[in-house]
Ligand binder design. Structure first.
Ligand SMILES: Nc1ncnc2c1ncn2[C@@H]1O[C@H](COP(=O)(O)OP(=O)(O)OP(=O)(O)O)[C@@H](O)[C@H]1O
Ligand SMILES: [Mg+2]
Length: 175
């Protein structure tokens, strides 16, 4: 069971096609989820437009700060394979005195590529390969990054049978 304090920051991590957005939609209230792709889409009219990345993360950080300040759950749906991006998010949670947790989707590369190829919006295979490599390299040191809990889901079955329990805690105010 994945136990999530209701004032926490939850980082989803995984290559494109690993199922982060699907998992987020299944387990979390849509208002708690912030997606870098959606922000990119809102800013550039194209979810895949990498030029909008800096502006999208700028927005993402501001949204995250607002939720962390309010003491309500915040789920960041981005690949989060870059440890510098992760450390920036964890730093913000710490600043607000909130726990940060990681849920990593460590699926086989071939499965990510297969799923990606079946989507209307495809990401280049080379990009997915690079994200997958970066995720794998980072996984063994996740415990050193300041997370209160780390969950690594390694197979489709683990993901499909995952149970997420939101734990009620003291809340300062609702958004
Ligand atoms: N548990 C699952 N079982 C079967 N198919 C799945 C599962 N999770 C996701 N998929 C399928 O895989 C594809 C990719 O899923 P999703 O969009 O959630 O990935 P993502 O990690 O959010 O990718 P991106 O980083 O590009 O946004 C989708 O077509 C989705 O329907
Ligand atoms: Mg997604």
């Amino acid at each position: 069971m994945i136990s999530v304090p209701d004032s926490a920051l939850v980082l989803l991590m995984g290559a494109s096609g690993s199922g982060k957005s699907t998992f987020a939609a299944r387990h979390f209230d849509a208002r708690a989820v912030i997606s870098s792709d959606q922000l990119r889409g809102a800013l550039a009219g194209d979810e895949a437009d990498q030029h909008a990345t800096d502006a999208a993360f700028d927005r993402l950080h501001r949204w995250l700060d607002a939720r962390l300040a309010a003491g309500v759950l915040a789920v960041v749906d981005a690949t989060n394979v870059d440890w510098m991006r992760r450390s920036e998010l964890v730093r913000r949670a710490r600043q607000h005195g909130r726990p940060a947790m990681a849920i990593a989707f460590d699926l086989p590369l071939d499965l990510c590529l297969l799923r990606n190829a079946a989507r209307p919006r495809t990401v280049r295979a080379a990009v997915i390969r690079r994200q997958h490599d970066e995720l794998r390299r980072g996984l063994h040191r996740l415990d050193l990054e300041g997370f209160s809990a780390v969950h690594i889901l390694r197979a489709e079955g683990d993901i499909d049978s995952a149970v997420v329990q939101i734990e009620k805690g003291p809340v300062t105010r609702a958004l």
